[in-house]
Design a protein around this ligand. Sequence first.
Ligand SMILES: C[S@@+](CC[C@H](N)C(=O)[O-])C[C@H]1O[C@@H](n2cnc3c(N)ncnc32)[C@H](O)[C@@H]1O
Length: 216
Amino acid sequence: MKKYKLPKFPDSYIGDNADEYNSLKWMQRNQKRTTITTIDYLFDEKLGKINYILEEDLPLCILDLGCGTGFSSEILIECGFRVIGVDILHDMLSKADIKRNMLDTNNLMLILADINYLPIRTQSIHFVISISAYNFITNEKQSERNKRMIVNNTAKYLYKILKNDGRMVIEFYPENEEDLKLFNSSFIKNGFEGFMVKNNPNQKSGQIFLLLKKKR
Ligand SMILES: C[S@@+](CC[C@H](N)C(=O)[O-])C[C@H]1O[C@@H](n2cnc3c(N)ncnc32)[C@H](O)[C@@H]1O
């Protein structure tokens, strides 16, 4: 297997790199497995009683933030959700569009947009997920003040578009403990409550799941 370099946004997802990402079998397996875990977390009873039953209340509308080439959107469609996939890079989204045509479904809408400026109607979304993308909404070139402003504004907007009994699971890779605190507190300060799941309790970076719902 070819050694996989740590991704750098946006270069790692443009042109041939987008083709490579989409064709890596282990990547596909990994992202799909993470999506299934994320769906389980959306319905986790530790977040409290949920008002929706996946098989009965279909189609529930789910937003896939940073959907990339559509690995997670594909699983969400198979589970019966109505999916809105959002990504900022055409090179990635065009591959999701090919999957959409192959699935021959009306339940996947793809939008070329920035997670920080989502063109979505207020209180129209039952669930939000994001797989391995949310850490890219800021970058190391921005000042701490700017980063804080971006994560807070995005959390506020997500609060606005989510239904009152909606839920959100963000799976992402913060670079360090400060980044993790920054992202987590942006949600807590802006009306969400919930908890985080780490593979290892002492972990300060690496894969994190934030399980969130609106505070009552
Ligand atoms: C590692 S890929 C993950 C793609 C997909 N979620 C998956 O699991 O295969 C990260 C994706 O996030 C997208 N992305 C990064 N920053 C974004 C932003 N601000 N708004 C929308 N999408 C963004 C990238 O274009 C890329 O497709």
